[in-house]
Write a protein that binds this ligand. Sequence first.
Ligand code: FAD
Length: 468
Amino acid sequence: MSQTLAPTLGEATIQELREAVRGAVFAPGDEGYEDASRVWNGEHDDRSPAIVVQCTGAADVIAAVGFARSNDLSIAVRGGGHSIAGFSSVDDGIVIDLGRMNAVRVDPAARRATVGGGAVWGDVDHETQAYGLATTGGLVSSTGVAGFTLGGGIGWTMRKFGLACDNLVAADVVTADGRLVHTSETENPDLLWALRGGGGNFGIVTQFEFTLHPLPSPVYAGLMFYPAETAPELLRAFRDWSETAPDEITGLVNLTTAPPLPVIPEQWHGKKVAVFVAVSTGPLEEGDTLVAPFRKLGEPIADLLGPMPYTMMQSLLDPLWPKGIHAYFKACNLNGLDDATIERFCTMHLETPGPQCEIHIHQMGGAVGRVPADGTAFSERSMPYVMNAVTGWHEADQDVAQSHADWARAAVAAAGDAATGRAYVNFLSEAGAARSAYGEEKYARLAALKTQYDPTNVFRLNQNIAPE
Ligand code: FAD
């Protein structure tokens, strides 16, 4: 029973929602409300929603949207709760949480998976790998399929299989007016186009359908750690290698601080390191040849590249990014990695305000670049790299938060002329970035579709595309 009433809602009103849905409804004062209100990013974990509704199916989602509209409540939609910008929680509004809708069903003959709107990538990888299949998912297994895919979806298999949004072939969507709409290449194809990169602007996806690809486990994957002094050489080697690397392999360089893991020699714990990370979807026996240039860079601190279960690789970084950590990310797309840009990134690497300040350089290209620029809503495809300045810290402290955000902004500014001017919406901590992230032309097309599907901007807690 609710002891404290939400500011604008009486108990009788809340009771209407409790009766309308099969899932759980939490209001302030309810047992479980605090837990139900928590999101991944500790920086945004101080919000007090008027209601959290944990839906169990599309009917609950429709009821929740109707309830929100009747009571004039701001809607925060939650899939996995990993929004860096804190979009999946809201003060005094309603959180429509799909976390319980995490069922995954694989059709191995058709190579398709249907995935609930609240599943996380660990759920998908677990089920698809049972059949030796996979689709592009996130680098951390607790990231939600929904927010990830709707923003684009950068993952280890993208250069072979495409972005997550490229593998999205159909979806069921609850629209702002409470309809359940199916979209595919043949049904409401304009909506599918918008869902492939346009974020949560167009409705609440209750079910996704993805194309799957053969990916027998183990895969050739892992990390190589080098001292920070090797970072410029490593990045130059990474650039040269990226130009001809086959689509089978997707690589990343991470300029970071060595975590205290047993696989890293103890004397390196807490020291600045440059890490090459890669996953190959190709034959195991070709793995060593694919990464050979990185083994010529001198003695690594640790060489952990080799055969590894795919699901292990997909959850390897989980312990470093637990729920409740405070985080700020800022990113930009790069048109190249010239020596001067490399030097500036390496300087930023040595000037971090804390140990979890990382510069990620994602290798793009391959299947990502072959989709026509206007084929999906995803912002830009021709860039060879995406740079992400990722920061995390553990204490709720304004000064610490400020120093991390300042560093991430400076790291992105260090890209200088190497930045294309566009960015990947899912790697941005600041709201209001849609227009610059998508560019005018794509933004205009998205705004027209937003006007069609959500004319009063019911779904606005996202990188918002304003209706015209
Ligand atoms: P949520 O916070 O639940 O939602 C994020 C946004 O999606 C909100 O705007 C929300 O309204 C909308 N949304 C959520 N569910 C639905 C739904 N069912 N229907 C419609 N809209 C919905 N990105 C990458 O591309 N590659 C990575 O490897 C990667 N790694 C990450 C690792 C960590 C630890 C974190 C925190 C983030 C990472 N990201 C990565 C970024 C990630 O893609 C975004 O944070 C994404 O929004 C997370 O999705 P979610 O469902 O967990 O988020």
